[in-house]
Design a protein around this ligand. Sequence first.
Ligand SMILES: Cc1ncc(C[n+]2csc(CCOP(=O)(O)OP(=O)(O)O)c2C)c(N)n1
Length: 204
Amino acid sequence: MADVKRDALARAGNAKVMNRADLMRRLVARLKQDEAVIGGIGNTNFDLWAAGQRPQNFYMLGSMGLAFPIALGVALAQPERRVIALEGDGSLVMQLGCLSTIAMLAPKNLSLVLMDNGIYQITGGQPTPAAATTDLVAVAQGCGLADSVWASDEEDFERLIEASLKASAPSFIAVRIDTQPAVATTHRDPVQIRERFMHGIGIR
Ligand SMILES: Cc1ncc(C[n+]2csc(CCOP(=O)(O)OP(=O)(O)O)c2C)c(N)n1
């Protein structure tokens, strides 16, 4: 485990600091059609919205740390559908246990994307443990998510996303991002968001 942590920290240290909105556009451009995408509270949500609204997108409002658990539920309920979840580092720290559950249940169709800016940006920029002591790729690996890596730059991110969409095990892709604010704000209508998503994944 010491080696795993050292390797992960080395990759984190080498990872380019990228931009969330740019990565989100690259991610959405790689989607084929039916993939479900779950945005976490705040900035991942906002930049996903800005990258182009799709009925297969779900925008989590209000509670930290629920993007990965919601995505796990969708992935288990619809094993034929690829599911991508986006979460901020502060939110993931609040809900770390979900990584163990995901590793144990091991849905083949789930890609987890961590947007790590090292701060709780939306509430004023307080530092998260990810900025100081906690390497979330090492945590994910320790939880049993073997396919967990830091993206080294934008091209690496696109390659990792592409690979994860074809993978037969859950994957965890972490990116270091800058502190640019999100480029838009999700329209806050929870009922509409839920209904649109249910239609989008064929439940309604
Ligand atoms: C359970 C819970 N605790 C606290 C908050 C207040 N809150 C909303 S967003 C946020 C920070 C989120 O940080 P992170 O996930 O790193 O995303 P970022 O803002 O950096 O994009 C906090 C503390 C909340 N909404 N829910």
